[in-house]
Design a protein around this ligand. Structure first.
Ligand code: MN
Length: 291
């Protein structure tokens, strides 16, 4: 099952290269009142909604994928957990290039651990990346994003995959500089998720998925998730040893080698086998700000 959010807060399934609008099924979700839950209600109730979503989707009109504007497939992520330098070749390039490490010591993931990105940085591919600091280097990082499907507290690597709802493509956008990662990677529009979430049962080779990122058609990053230093089950187990993971939490698994700068006007194309492709435009925030 491929779940998407699109246009003006519509919700749908992607079937046979088309989008089927099943927004009305969301009326079955609990009607929450303040205080709101710290998880994503749709992801939390996905398994019970699955049969009705599929039945309704097959009755719905087919919209062409090219005619819809995709939003983040996750509407209410509680947190975005991210893995720094989780590919050996990216560790090497980060250590060699001062424009990437910015004179910070690049420490191995096993030592430095995970970090968090602000959930307010999440957008979908149709919303684009906004450059706030055009005088600094802004880099693309393609990553396999894992969506947590059930409450996970101190789970073992052996059981960790039972807590995965699905996967999507993630861009962990980064402004280079001396500050902490969580600041430099939490700008608005700096976590792009999309174009849809593929449920875990359909993504059988998440641990061996080819990925590629191009800027204006030129290849920048090409890798396979089998080269992750710390694999998906170990990342989930490690994260959940520090904090409980909730349905809809997002785990960015780390970027491979080939990170590089983008500027306003660029178009990023990110592809992960088993998920699909998303195009993301880079624009200058200044162009859109009326002072
Ligand atoms: Mn990253």
């Amino acid at each position: 099952m491929k779940l998407c959010r699109f246009n003006d807060q519509r919700f749908g399934l992607v079937i046979d290269n088309s989008v089927r609008d099943v927004t009305h099924v969301l009326e079955r979700l609990p009607a929450y009142r303040y205080p709101l839950p710290t998880h994503d209600p749709l992801i939390a109730h996905l398994s019970e909604l699955r049969p009705i979503l599929l039945a309704e989707a097959h009755k719905a009109e087919a919209l062409a994928i090219s005619d819809v504007a995709f939003l983040s497939p996750i509407a209410n992520a509680g947190k975005v957990v991210a893995a720094p330098v989780n590919y050996k070749a990216h560790l090497d390039e980060a250590r060699e290039d001062a424009a990437i490490h910015f004179h910070n010591k690049v420490v191995e993931i096993q030592t430095i651990g995970l970090f968090l990105k602000a959930t307010s940085s999440i957008v979908g591919p149709s919303e684009g990346v906004h450059i706030r600091f055009a005088d600094r280097r802004n880099d693309h990082e393609i990553e396999l994003a894992v969506i947590i499907g059930a409450k996970a507290d101190r789970v073992s690597p052996q059981n960790a995959m039972n807590y995965v709802a699905g996967y999507c493509i993630g861009l962990d956008m980064t402004v280079r500089g001396p500050q902490e990662r969580s600041l430099r990677k939490s700008l608005d529009h700096f976590t792009v998720l999309g174009p849809w979430m593929v449920s875990a049962d359909e993504m059988v080779h998440a641990d061996a998925a080819d990925m590629e990122l191009c800027v204006n058609g030129a290849q920048r990053q090409k890798a396979n998730t089998r080269d992750l230093l710390i694999g998906i089950p170990e990342l989930i187990a490690w994260a959940s040893s520090y904090y409980t993971l909730h349905p809809g939490d997002v785990l960015m698994t780390g970027t491979p080698e080939g990170v590089g700068p983008v500027v306003a006007g660029d178009v990023i194309t990110a592809t992960i086998a088993g998920i699909g492709e998303m195009k993301v435009e880079v624009t200058s925030l200044r162009d859109e700000t009326k002072l």
